[in-house]
Design a protein around this ligand. Structure first.
Ligand SMILES: Nc1ncnc2c1ncn2[C@@H]1O[C@H](COP(=O)(O)OP(=O)(O)OP(=O)(O)O)[C@@H](O)[C@H]1O
Length: 260
């Protein structure tokens, strides 16, 4: 199977802090990964590297056959859909919802003088509709609720029909209905024949969509387990990752966990 994302001995340091420590991981076409771990485990850092937004301090990151550091990231980024709080903080608050989605076609935020085609307009409208936010198309991003911002960002992340879709805590801030709608939408995306590889960061096993295939459990910048869900997402690995005894149940493709 073709590798889509490869990390080989990846570490990332900031001053004295080791954010990621010797991470080796291979993600192939057809796989859909969730990344779980406690606060500060390094999940967002890993997502930023996978999205070509941060560079490792050691080791190599290969995204879609291109090695970070040897590729023009501006050519790579349209092939990667990315939605995260880290990215949201860089969005101009005055940008309208429609412009925020369509500007993804050029890998920019802040509509300026770029040219868009009719099919870009159609795709942006269709994505806003699919994520239930068409009615917000002319609103300024900064005026949206947290849940509305999440949906708009996910619509934006799909604008370029990406080969990898990276979602950092997409369900955070959503109400129960919003979370379940998102789980359904992600399961649908994951089940489609032309699905991008999905890498989704979450704190909660309840937020793993039914179409997920693999899990990466991180703790203090290191891998606790990585692999197919059945092997990786065990009570033992979850207990070690979160530092408390946990039991986990699977029901119709969804997971539930609680402390014991
Ligand atoms: N620029 C920085 N300088 C120093 N430490 C940093 C920097 N950025 C992040 N960190 C630290 O690196 C660790 C990993 O951060 P990261 O955001 O990747 O964790 P996370 O698993 O996504 O956490 P959370 O679940 O709380 O969002 C944290 O302890 C954080 O404080």
């Amino acid at each position: 199977m073709t590798e889509v994302l490869g990390l080989d001995g990846v570490s990332l340091r900031r001053g004295e802090n080791v954010l990621l420590d010797d991470i080796t991981l291979s993600i192939s076409e057809g796989e859909h990964w969730v990344v779980l771990g406690p606060n500060g485990a390094g999940k967002t850092t890993l997502a930023e590297i996978a999205a070509g937004r941060m560079h490792p301090s050691a080791g190599t990151a290969t995204i879609l056959d291109e090695q970070l550091g040897r590729v023009d990231v501006f050519e790579l980024r349209p092939r990667i859909g990315y939605a995260s709080a880290a990215l949201a903080s860089r969005i101009p608050q005055g940008e309208t919802v429609f412009d925020l989605v369509i500007t993804s076609a050029h890998g920019v935020v802040g509509r300026w003088t770029e040219e868009y085609e009719g099919q870009d307009d159609e795709r942006a409208e269709a994505l806003l509709w699919a994520f239930g936010v068409s009615h917000l198309r002319d609103r300024r991003f900064g005026t949206l609720s947290e849940g509305e911002k999440k949906r708009v960002q996910i619509a934006r992340s799909l604008m370029t029909d990406p080969e990898i879709l990276i979602l950092d805590e997409p369900a955070a801030g959503l109400d129960l209905g919003g979370r379940e709608e998102l789980m359904r939408a992600l399961t649908e995306i994951m089940s489609s024949k032309t699905a991008p590889v999905v890498l989704m960061v979450t704190h909660h096993v309840e937020e793993i969509p039914a179409g997920a295939t693999h899990a990466l459990l991180l703790k203090a910048g290191r891998i606790v387990s990585a692999g197919p869900l059945e092997v990786s997402l065990t009570p033992e690995h979850l207990s070690e990752t979160f530092g408390l005894p946990v039991e986990v149940h699977r029901d119709g493709g969804r997971f539930h966990a609680r402390a014991v």
